[in-house]
Design a protein. Structure first.
Lengths: 152, 152
Protein backbone atom coordinates (compact mmCIF):
# COMPACT_ATOMS: atom_id res chain seq x y z
CA UNK A 1 0.00 0.00 0.00
CA UNK A 2 1.35 3.36 -0.97
CA UNK A 3 0.26 6.80 0.19
CA UNK A 4 -2.24 7.06 -2.65
CA UNK A 5 -3.88 3.80 -1.55
CA UNK A 6 -4.16 5.24 1.95
CA UNK A 7 -5.66 8.47 0.64
CA UNK A 8 -8.11 6.45 -1.43
CA UNK A 9 -9.12 4.30 1.57
CA UNK A 10 -9.60 7.39 3.74
CA UNK A 11 -11.72 9.00 1.03
CA UNK A 12 -13.88 6.07 0.02
CA UNK A 13 -15.21 4.72 3.34
CA UNK A 14 -18.23 6.97 3.00
CA UNK A 15 -19.60 9.56 0.62
CA UNK A 16 -19.18 7.49 -2.54
CA UNK A 17 -20.18 9.92 -5.33
CA UNK A 18 -23.73 9.30 -6.56
CA UNK A 19 -23.07 10.42 -10.11
CA UNK A 20 -22.91 8.81 -13.52
CA UNK A 21 -19.14 8.28 -13.42
CA UNK A 22 -18.18 8.08 -9.73
CA UNK A 23 -14.73 6.59 -10.32
CA UNK A 24 -13.81 9.43 -12.66
CA UNK A 25 -14.85 11.91 -9.96
CA UNK A 26 -12.88 10.11 -7.26
CA UNK A 27 -9.91 9.98 -9.63
CA UNK A 28 -10.09 13.73 -10.15
CA UNK A 29 -10.14 14.30 -6.40
CA UNK A 30 -6.99 12.21 -5.99
CA UNK A 31 -5.32 13.36 -9.18
CA UNK A 32 -5.39 10.05 -11.04
CA UNK A 33 -7.32 8.70 -14.02
CA UNK A 34 -10.60 6.83 -13.81
CA UNK A 35 -8.84 3.75 -15.10
CA UNK A 36 -6.13 3.86 -12.45
CA UNK A 37 -8.67 4.47 -9.72
CA UNK A 38 -10.68 1.43 -10.78
CA UNK A 39 -7.59 -0.77 -10.96
CA UNK A 40 -6.46 0.36 -7.49
CA UNK A 41 -9.88 -0.47 -6.05
CA UNK A 42 -9.85 -3.86 -7.79
CA UNK A 43 -6.43 -4.59 -6.26
CA UNK A 44 -7.47 -3.50 -2.75
CA UNK A 45 -10.45 -5.85 -3.05
CA UNK A 46 -8.27 -8.70 -4.30
CA UNK A 47 -5.94 -8.14 -1.37
CA UNK A 48 -8.90 -8.39 0.99
CA UNK A 49 -8.34 -4.87 2.37
CA UNK A 50 -11.70 -3.75 1.01
CA UNK A 51 -14.28 -6.37 1.97
CA UNK A 52 -17.08 -4.84 -0.05
CA UNK A 53 -17.86 -1.68 -1.96
CA UNK A 54 -21.54 -0.91 -1.51
CA UNK A 55 -24.07 0.34 1.00
CA UNK A 56 -24.59 -0.19 4.72
CA UNK A 57 -28.24 0.16 5.64
CA UNK A 58 -30.15 1.29 8.69
CA UNK A 59 -31.95 -2.00 9.25
CA UNK A 60 -34.58 -0.31 11.42
CA UNK A 61 -35.54 2.05 8.61
CA UNK A 62 -36.02 -0.97 6.36
CA UNK A 63 -38.49 -2.36 8.89
CA UNK A 64 -36.05 -4.91 10.32
CA UNK A 65 -35.18 -5.32 13.96
CA UNK A 66 -31.77 -6.06 15.47
CA UNK A 67 -30.24 -7.11 18.73
CA UNK A 68 -26.89 -7.76 20.39
CA UNK A 69 -26.85 -11.00 22.32
CA UNK A 70 -24.35 -12.78 24.52
CA UNK A 71 -24.25 -16.44 25.52
CA UNK A 72 -22.41 -18.41 28.17
CA UNK A 73 -21.04 -21.26 26.10
CA UNK A 74 -18.98 -24.06 27.69
CA UNK A 75 -15.57 -24.46 26.06
CA UNK A 76 -16.39 -27.88 24.60
CA UNK A 77 -19.52 -26.53 22.89
CA UNK A 78 -18.00 -23.43 21.31
CA UNK A 79 -17.59 -24.81 17.80
CA UNK A 80 -21.03 -26.43 17.65
CA UNK A 81 -22.80 -23.34 18.98
CA UNK A 82 -20.82 -21.08 16.62
CA UNK A 83 -21.92 -23.28 13.72
CA UNK A 84 -25.53 -23.10 14.86
CA UNK A 85 -25.50 -19.30 15.23
CA UNK A 86 -23.63 -18.71 12.01
CA UNK A 87 -26.17 -20.75 10.05
CA UNK A 88 -28.66 -17.87 10.45
CA UNK A 89 -28.24 -15.24 7.74
CA UNK A 90 -29.37 -12.61 10.27
CA UNK A 91 -26.38 -13.36 12.49
CA UNK A 92 -23.97 -10.93 10.86
CA UNK A 93 -21.26 -10.61 13.54
CA UNK A 94 -20.13 -13.22 16.01
CA UNK A 95 -17.09 -13.01 18.30
CA UNK A 96 -15.61 -14.97 21.13
CA UNK A 97 -14.72 -12.63 23.98
CA UNK A 98 -12.82 -13.25 27.18
CA UNK A 99 -15.66 -13.04 29.68
CA UNK A 100 -18.09 -15.44 31.36
CA UNK A 101 -20.57 -14.52 28.64
CA UNK A 102 -18.14 -15.50 25.93
CA UNK A 103 -20.04 -15.59 22.64
CA UNK A 104 -21.31 -12.22 21.42
CA UNK A 105 -23.37 -11.93 18.27
CA UNK A 106 -25.65 -9.54 16.44
CA UNK A 107 -28.92 -10.73 14.98
CA UNK A 108 -31.11 -8.95 12.43
CA UNK A 109 -34.61 -10.23 11.59
CA UNK A 110 -37.57 -9.00 9.56
CA UNK A 111 -39.79 -8.59 12.63
CA UNK A 112 -39.65 -8.68 16.42
CA UNK A 113 -41.74 -11.86 16.31
CA UNK A 114 -39.25 -13.60 14.03
CA UNK A 115 -36.35 -12.35 16.17
CA UNK A 116 -37.91 -13.84 19.31
CA UNK A 117 -38.48 -17.12 17.46
CA UNK A 118 -34.85 -17.33 16.41
CA UNK A 119 -33.61 -16.60 19.95
CA UNK A 120 -35.91 -19.34 21.30
CA UNK A 121 -34.69 -21.75 18.63
CA UNK A 122 -31.06 -20.97 19.47
CA UNK A 123 -31.69 -21.66 23.18
CA UNK A 124 -33.43 -24.94 22.39
CA UNK A 125 -30.97 -26.27 19.85
CA UNK A 126 -27.91 -25.29 21.86
CA UNK A 127 -29.36 -26.31 25.20
CA UNK A 128 -28.06 -23.03 26.62
CA UNK A 129 -30.44 -20.73 28.44
CA UNK A 130 -27.91 -18.24 29.69
CA UNK A 131 -28.38 -15.72 26.94
CA UNK A 132 -28.46 -11.94 27.36
CA UNK A 133 -30.71 -10.03 24.98
CA UNK A 134 -29.30 -6.54 24.61
CA UNK A 135 -31.26 -4.42 22.14
CA UNK A 136 -30.01 -0.85 21.80
CA UNK A 137 -32.22 1.56 23.69
CA UNK A 138 -30.24 4.64 22.68
CA UNK A 139 -27.67 5.12 19.93
CA UNK A 140 -24.95 7.68 20.57
CA UNK A 141 -22.44 6.87 17.85
CA UNK A 142 -22.00 4.59 14.90
CA UNK A 143 -19.03 5.34 12.78
CA UNK A 144 -16.60 3.00 11.22
CA UNK A 145 -14.32 5.24 9.21
CA UNK A 146 -10.71 4.45 9.92
CA UNK A 147 -8.11 7.09 9.35
CA UNK A 148 -4.88 5.81 7.85
CA UNK A 149 -1.89 8.01 8.46
CA UNK A 150 0.60 8.49 5.70
CA UNK A 151 3.66 6.29 6.18
CA UNK A 152 1.91 4.59 9.09
CA UNK B 1 -40.00 -6.97 -5.48
CA UNK B 2 -40.49 -3.22 -5.70
CA UNK B 3 -37.87 -0.85 -7.07
CA UNK B 4 -36.60 0.05 -3.59
CA UNK B 5 -36.03 -3.59 -2.71
CA UNK B 6 -34.35 -4.20 -6.05
CA UNK B 7 -31.93 -1.35 -5.46
CA UNK B 8 -31.21 -2.51 -1.90
CA UNK B 9 -30.57 -6.00 -3.23
CA UNK B 10 -27.93 -4.57 -5.57
CA UNK B 11 -26.27 -2.26 -3.04
CA UNK B 12 -26.08 -4.87 -0.27
CA UNK B 13 -23.58 -6.55 -2.59
CA UNK B 14 -20.79 -4.98 -4.58
CA UNK B 15 -20.97 -1.96 -6.85
CA UNK B 16 -19.69 -2.80 -10.34
CA UNK B 17 -16.10 -1.65 -10.89
CA UNK B 18 -16.86 -0.24 -14.31
CA UNK B 19 -17.10 3.37 -15.49
CA UNK B 20 -20.92 3.53 -15.17
CA UNK B 21 -21.80 1.39 -12.13
CA UNK B 22 -25.26 2.90 -11.60
CA UNK B 23 -26.16 2.44 -15.26
CA UNK B 24 -25.17 -1.20 -14.98
CA UNK B 25 -27.37 -1.63 -11.92
CA UNK B 26 -30.24 0.13 -13.72
CA UNK B 27 -29.95 -2.28 -16.64
CA UNK B 28 -30.05 -5.28 -14.32
CA UNK B 29 -33.20 -4.17 -12.52
CA UNK B 30 -35.12 -2.65 -15.41
CA UNK B 31 -34.66 0.99 -14.52
CA UNK B 32 -32.72 3.97 -15.84
CA UNK B 33 -29.44 5.42 -14.60
CA UNK B 34 -31.21 8.69 -13.72
CA UNK B 35 -33.85 6.93 -11.66
CA UNK B 36 -31.27 4.84 -9.80
CA UNK B 37 -29.14 7.92 -9.04
CA UNK B 38 -32.20 9.82 -7.79
CA UNK B 39 -33.38 6.94 -5.59
CA UNK B 40 -29.94 6.18 -4.13
CA UNK B 41 -29.52 9.88 -3.26
CA UNK B 42 -32.93 9.84 -1.64
CA UNK B 43 -32.11 6.77 0.47
CA UNK B 44 -28.89 8.41 1.66
CA UNK B 45 -30.80 11.57 2.55
CA UNK B 46 -33.48 9.61 4.40
CA UNK B 47 -30.83 7.62 6.27
CA UNK B 48 -32.03 4.30 4.85
CA UNK B 49 -28.48 4.03 3.51
CA UNK B 50 -26.23 4.86 6.47
CA UNK B 51 -23.09 4.76 4.42
CA UNK B 52 -22.16 4.27 0.79
CA UNK B 53 -18.57 3.28 0.23
CA UNK B 54 -15.93 0.73 1.10
CA UNK B 55 -16.31 -1.69 3.99
CA UNK B 56 -12.79 -2.44 5.21
CA UNK B 57 -11.14 -5.45 6.74
CA UNK B 58 -9.81 -3.24 9.50
CA UNK B 59 -7.65 -6.00 10.96
CA UNK B 60 -5.72 -6.03 7.70
CA UNK B 61 -5.06 -2.34 8.17
CA UNK B 62 -3.38 -2.81 11.52
CA UNK B 63 -6.42 -2.19 13.74
CA UNK B 64 -5.94 -5.66 15.18
CA UNK B 65 -7.38 -5.11 18.63
CA UNK B 66 -11.03 -4.54 19.32
CA UNK B 67 -12.29 -4.24 22.83
CA UNK B 68 -15.91 -3.93 23.80
CA UNK B 69 -16.10 -1.59 26.77
CA UNK B 70 -19.09 -2.22 29.02
CA UNK B 71 -19.81 0.49 31.56
CA UNK B 72 -22.08 0.76 34.56
CA UNK B 73 -23.37 4.31 34.43
CA UNK B 74 -26.11 5.81 36.62
CA UNK B 75 -29.19 6.37 34.47
CA UNK B 76 -29.22 10.14 34.91
CA UNK B 77 -25.58 10.38 33.82
CA UNK B 78 -25.81 8.32 30.63
CA UNK B 79 -26.16 11.25 28.23
CA UNK B 80 -23.30 13.23 29.80
CA UNK B 81 -20.97 10.22 29.86
CA UNK B 82 -21.85 9.14 26.32
CA UNK B 83 -21.05 12.61 25.03
CA UNK B 84 -17.51 12.27 26.34
CA UNK B 85 -17.12 8.71 25.05
CA UNK B 86 -18.15 9.51 21.48
CA UNK B 87 -15.53 12.26 21.29
CA UNK B 88 -12.80 9.59 21.16
CA UNK B 89 -11.89 8.66 17.55
CA UNK B 90 -11.06 5.11 18.72
CA UNK B 91 -14.70 4.67 19.81
CA UNK B 92 -16.61 3.51 16.74
CA UNK B 93 -19.91 2.59 18.38
CA UNK B 94 -21.64 3.75 21.55
CA UNK B 95 -25.00 2.35 22.63
CA UNK B 96 -27.17 2.19 25.72
CA UNK B 97 -28.61 -1.28 26.39
CA UNK B 98 -30.85 -2.77 29.10
CA UNK B 99 -29.42 -4.22 32.32
CA UNK B 100 -30.38 -7.44 34.07
CA UNK B 101 -29.52 -9.20 37.31
CA UNK B 102 -26.95 -11.26 35.40
CA UNK B 103 -25.37 -8.30 33.62
CA UNK B 104 -25.37 -4.82 35.19
CA UNK B 105 -23.66 -2.85 32.41
CA UNK B 106 -25.77 -0.33 30.47
CA UNK B 107 -23.37 1.59 28.22
CA UNK B 108 -21.33 -0.05 25.47
CA UNK B 109 -18.38 1.27 23.47
CA UNK B 110 -16.50 -0.49 20.69
CA UNK B 111 -12.87 0.55 20.89
CA UNK B 112 -10.56 -0.12 17.94
CA UNK B 113 -6.81 0.24 18.17
CA UNK B 114 -3.54 -1.22 17.00
CA UNK B 115 -2.94 -3.20 20.20
CA UNK B 116 -4.67 -4.43 23.34
CA UNK B 117 -2.54 -2.09 25.37
CA UNK B 118 -3.71 0.88 23.34
CA UNK B 119 -7.35 -0.20 23.82
CA UNK B 120 -6.73 -0.40 27.55
CA UNK B 121 -5.20 3.07 27.56
CA UNK B 122 -8.20 4.50 25.73
CA UNK B 123 -10.59 2.85 28.19
CA UNK B 124 -8.56 4.10 31.16
CA UNK B 125 -8.64 7.59 29.67
CA UNK B 126 -12.41 7.41 29.22
CA UNK B 127 -12.80 6.18 32.78
CA UNK B 128 -10.79 9.10 34.08
CA UNK B 129 -12.55 11.66 31.90
CA UNK B 130 -16.04 10.42 32.80
CA UNK B 131 -15.48 9.35 36.41
CA UNK B 132 -17.02 5.94 35.66
CA UNK B 133 -14.89 3.38 37.48
CA UNK B 134 -17.09 0.31 37.09
CA UNK B 135 -16.33 -1.02 33.64
CA UNK B 136 -14.85 -3.99 31.80
CA UNK B 137 -13.09 -4.31 28.50
CA UNK B 138 -13.98 -7.50 26.66
CA UNK B 139 -11.46 -8.35 23.98
CA UNK B 140 -12.38 -10.53 21.05
CA UNK B 141 -10.26 -13.65 20.97
CA UNK B 142 -11.76 -15.13 17.82
CA UNK B 143 -13.85 -13.78 14.97
CA UNK B 144 -16.51 -16.40 14.28
CA UNK B 145 -18.48 -14.48 11.66
CA UNK B 146 -18.40 -11.05 10.10
CA UNK B 147 -20.57 -10.31 7.13
CA UNK B 148 -23.07 -7.81 5.78
CA UNK B 149 -26.80 -8.44 6.09
CA UNK B 150 -28.56 -9.87 3.04
CA UNK B 151 -31.96 -8.18 3.29
CA UNK B 152 -33.62 -9.37 0.09
Amino acid sequence: MDDLDKQLINRIQSGFPIVSRPYRQLGRELGISEKELISRLARLKDQGIIRRLGAAFDSKKLGFTSILAAMKVPQNKVDAVAELLNSYKGVTHNYLRDAEYNMWFTLIAESTVRLAEIIEEIKQKSGINELLELPATRLFKIKVDFNLEKNA
Amino acid sequence: MNMKQKIIKELQGDLPLSPHPFREIAQRIGSTEDEVLALVSKYVKEGVIRRLGAMLAHQRLGFVANGMGVWRVPEEEVARVAEIMVSYPEVSHCYERPVSAAWPYNLYTMIHATSRKQCEQVAAGISQATGIKDFRLLFSTRELKKTSMVYY
